[in-house]
Design a protein around this ligand. Sequence first.
Ligand code: S6P
Ligand code: ZN
Length: 191
Amino acid sequence: MKQSSSSEASATMRVDYTSAQITGRDLLERTTRIGDLQAVFADEEARLELPPETPVYRVQAHIPAGEAVAGALSFGNTVIEPGRVGDEYYMTRGHFHAKRDRGEYYLGVSGVGALILMDEGRRTCWERMEPGTVHYVPGHTAHRVANIGSEPVSFIAFWSSDAGHDYATIASQGFSARMREVEGEPTLVPA
Ligand code: S6P
Ligand code: ZN
């Protein structure tokens, strides 16, 4: 008679749901600093006045199948420090997915952020991110997050491992709007 077996395996990764910190093996980690963000913010003079080693955001990513496997999933976090370059809030570089039809989920964990979304017709909108908010980034949509509060913003993301990142399109064309502080309020201002 054929025997079946079962056993309990322990999870190899954990997420701290107060900070989005991930612990476990096979984590890629990257910190992006003021000095890395040339021409990302509108006020390049204000950026050059800040110490280049100042951290703006850090990412942990777990990509168990590598980036070439269709159907595989990856997850990671992003933590963005509070701060501004001129009147523009600290934010991620922003990207389209190289495979344009790949979507992504963002889950707000801490702080107050603005998820800025731009479709291929350059229509831009934003969603407020707070602890517990869930955001779907559709395919064909560029995305970046700005920290519009006074504490670090953190979120967890899930994406298709083979999505890839097209930074070049944003580097050359930018987003059509920027998240700036206007009269004390975060405001999406046409670029
Ligand atoms: C990956 C996902 C995030 C970002 C991270 C940093 O598809 O959208 O993990 O990589 O928020 O942003 P960026 O634009 O520097 O990759
Ligand atoms: Zn993405």
